[in-house]
Design a protein around this ligand. Structure first.
Ligand code: ACO
Length: 332
């Protein structure tokens, strides 16, 4: 049975930097509050109309293919994780495939929010292990900025999120013990309404109404404290589950690359697991929370900075809306 190894990683972030001071001009907030509660200094926002989840995904994918020494024609399948597609339907994966000239290649959109990339990696791994596909492009891309309520009313959510994309090329290898060693995927819809965007949706008699805009139900809602409480439990659980499945210990892990939710969540996870802070990657100060894009952007930067080397054992782990959570253990 082949294993699925990471052959290349790439990222794309918009050029437009929005600092905490920029947000101070839009809402009643402060640089000090945002830094202290979230660790975020700045985030990137798209140039609306020019950059989308798919266009950013294309740029990230080209970088990943280049790093892998491959070209578009090597890709057998596309998996795209996003909660912010261009259209209600079809998904961003179809648009990305067209832009890359991969017309006819299957494309699957994953919508498990902040856990999207962890799910996507695991799904790609199963396709490769089964022998159905040899090389799969896995992309996470998000445009959060255009969906945020950037008035004081929406400040708890608006200061956290940013835009960007990351991609990986997964390819089959016969090397034992290399690539994705295990994944675990979880969801509990009991908590669906603790972090969600209510409208537009298919529940009522109308998809879109003026009331939705007037009532603000078109904006994301987050029960911040509730999310925090669950996240700091689920992140370590998912990491420990990968270790139980493989027989490794936490000391064997060279780097944990968590979904960049919030610096305080990452610090709490590091303390609960009792691992040194240098073993937990963080770049949230630069990009905020980019949902399904945060792990592939972080993995790309960890490789660029030499924080991940060939042979390293890396754990990617996420928690988010759904609630959903999970982890992958990868031998690079
Ligand atoms: N600027 C200034 N003040 C703010 C802001 C803001 N952006 N947002 C909220 N406040 C105010 C509140 O109104 C409140 O004021 P009050 O005391 O007068 O009522 C005060 O700050 C404290 O608000 P809390 O919500 O209690 O603040 P808390 O310490 O819980 O921090 C935060 C809020 C940062 C959202 C925190 O709950 C958190 O980190 N939650 C986790 C959520 C998260 O990380 N979500 C990421 C998305 S999900 C994921 O990726 C896993």
């Amino acid at each position: 049975m082949p294993n699925a190894k990471i052959a290349g990683m790439g990222k794309y972030v918009p050029e437009r930097i929005i600092t905490n001071h920029d947000l101070e001009t839009m809402m009643d907030t402060s640089d000090a509050w945002i830094r202290e509660r979230t660790g975020i200094h700045e985030r990137r926002w798209v140039e609306p109309g020019r950059e989308t989840a798919a266009t950013m995904g294309v740029a990230a994918a080209r970088n990943a293919l280049k790093q892998a020494g491959m070209n578009e024609q090597d890709v057998d399948f596309i998996i795209f994780a996003t909660l912010s597609p261009e259209y209600t339907f079809p998904g961003s994966g179809c648009l990305l495939g067209d832009e890359l000239g991969l017309n006819g290649v299957g494309a699957l959109d994953i919508r498990t929010q902040c856990t999207g990339f962890v799910y996507a990696l695991s799904i790609a791994d199963q396709f490769i292990k089964s022998g159905m596909y040899k090389t799969i492009l896995v992309v996470g891309g998000e445009v959060q900025s255009t969906a945020l309520n950037v008035s004081t009313e929406g400040r708890d959510v608006a200061v956290i999120f940013g835009d960007g994309a990351g991609a990986t090329v997964l390819t089959a290898t016969e090397e034992e013990g290399r690539g994705i060693l295990t994944s675990n995927l979880h969801a509990d819809g009991k908590y669906a309404r603790q972090l969600y965007c209510e409208d537009p949706g298919s529940r009522g008699d109308k998809r879109v109404s003026h009331e939705m805009i007037d009532n603000g139900t078109i904006y994301p809602y987050m029960n911040g404290r509730y999310v925090f409480k669950h996240a700091v439990t689920r992140f370590p659980e998912a990491i420990m589950e990968t270790l139980a499945a493989t027989g490794y210990t936490k000391d064997d892990i060279d780097l944990i690359v968590p979904h960049q939710a919030n610096k305080r969540i990452t610090e709490a996870v590091q303390q609960r697991l009792d691992v040194p802070s240098e073993k937990v990657f963080s770049n949230i100060h630069k990009y905020g929370n980019t949902t399904a894009a945060s792990i592939p952007i972080a993995l790309t930067e960890a490789l660029e900075e030499g924080r991940i080397k060939a042979g390293d054992l890396v754990c990617t782990v996420a928690f988010g809306s759904g609630f959903t959570w999970g982890a992958n253990l990868i031998r690079f």
